[in-house]
Design a protein around this ligand. Structure first.
Ligand SMILES: *[C@@H]1O[C@H](CO)[C@@H](O)[C@H](O)[C@H]1NC(C)=O
Ligand SMILES: *[C@@H]1O[C@H](CO)[C@@H](O)[C@H](O)[C@H]1NC(C)=O
Length: 274
């Protein structure tokens, strides 16, 4: 009898300690903030910097607010999981930022029904995994940053359905494998950075559908094989940065001042060395 009472008390004390520590509900405040990608001010919900989401399925504690256009979590290592049911609170979000937190994993339930979103910033977290249907509800997405994370491979479904994406930042990860079909749906893509990764090769197929690309950053990888014709269909190409690679080390761009392009030089170099 006595032992079970002690056990019960012990359980109550440890559970309440654990629960106050493993917070699931985060609160925030509204500000009128300038978002430079949009070049305008947006009503922004900022999560309080001392709040934490240390377990999955955390929610934002506020009433539904259709006027909120942006949501931001910044510089908070106690945010380990993105919240769920965000659309129930802020159905009209256009910008969503989780920057410099400790998120490891992002899933569909973190972005579901947020169909107005145009910009997602997930830079400088600890992301190792993105489920294949994570961004499937975001057909209006134009800007996606995953820079400064720990991604190792980009599978064929990660960017499915992002038909309006214009800019994709994957730089500063540990990427050593990219599926040949990873970018197939990104037919509006203008700028891509995969700089500072561990890529060893890219084939003709990788950018086959991305004919509107203007700028490609592949500097600081381990590239030892490329296709000489892989840039041929890109009529809007302005620059390909291939500095600090194994078979090639250079920045190839359109020199407007002197009215020359360096892309034929690039092609010759690839033919010869890669
Ligand atoms: C990231 O957040 C930490 C606090 O959690 C802060 O000290 C650091 O300066 C931040 N880094 C950047 C790049 O903002
Ligand atoms: C692509 O990058 C260039 C150079 O930084 C920038 O001027 C241009 O606006 C970008 N394009 C898009 C669609 O954001």
């Amino acid at each position: 009898m006595k032992i079970s009472t002690v056990l019960l008390l012990f359980t109550i004390v440890t559970t309440s300690l654990k629960c106050s520590f493993c917070q699931r509900i985060v609160e925030g405040h509204v500000t009128d903030s300038l978002w430079f990608r949009f070049n305008m001010r947006l009503w922004t919900f900022r999560i309080n910097s001392n709040d934490a989401i240390l377990v999955e399925n955390g929610e934002i504690s506020t009433t539904k607010n259709e006027a909120i256009k942006a949501l931001t979590f910044n510089n908070n290592k106690n945010i380990k999981f993105p919240p769920v049911k965000v659309h129930e609170k802020f159905p009209n979000l256009v910008a969503y930022q989780i920057f410099n937190c400790s998120v490891k994993d992002v899933r569909h339930k973190n972005f579901e029904h947020l169909s107005e979103i145009q910009a997602v910033y997930l830079g400088y977290n600890l992301i190792t995994h993105i489920s294949s249907d994570t961004f499937i509800d975001l057909p209006k997405l134009k800007f996606l940053s995953l820079q400064g994370n720990q991604l190792q491979s980009i599978d064929g479904h990660m960017f499915e359905n992002l038909k309006n994406l214009k800019e994709l930042f994957l730089n500063d990860n540990h990427i050593n494998f990219i599926s040949r079909s990873a970018f197939d749906d990104l037919t509006e893509l203008r700028n891509i950075s995969i700089a500072e990764n561990k890529i060893e090769y890219l084939t003709e197929e990788h950018f086959q559908k991305n004919t509107k690309l203007e700028n490609i950053f592949l500097n600081r990888n381990k590239i030892r094989s490329l296709s000489p014709t892989m840039f041929d269909n890109m009529k809007l190409l302005v620059g390909v940065n291939l500095k600090d690679n194994l078979c090639i080390d250079g920045d190839f761009y359109v020199d407007i001042e002197h009215c020359i392009t360096r892309f034929s030089e690039l092609k010759e170099k690839i033919k010869k060395d890669c």
